[in-house]
Design a protein. Sequence first.
Length: 114
Amino acid sequence: QVQLVESGGGLVQPGGSLRLSCAASGSGFSIYVMAWYRQAPGKQRELVARITPDGSTNYVDSVKGRFTISRDNAKNTVYLQMNSLRPEDTAVYYCNARLLGEYWGQGTLVTVSE
């Protein structure tokens, strides 16, 4: 069983930056595929970024060059560094862990607005 707790969301102006963190409890973090998803109001949840156990990453096109996903296996934590934020990045961001099962955090709200 894996529990995920996100933090770091908040209100930021367009062009600003935030770093989201997701702390995982339980064993085996280093072999989980970790990901960040987001869900904007009235829209479906979408994959934002994913990182594999060996550090390979992939991103949705809309965040390429602006967001960076990383992991610290010693701290059982995955991060999402978000730069050059836009109003359309406003959403609840969810941490996801996948191996044999799939686990979700409770989400953290990111609001990009003047």
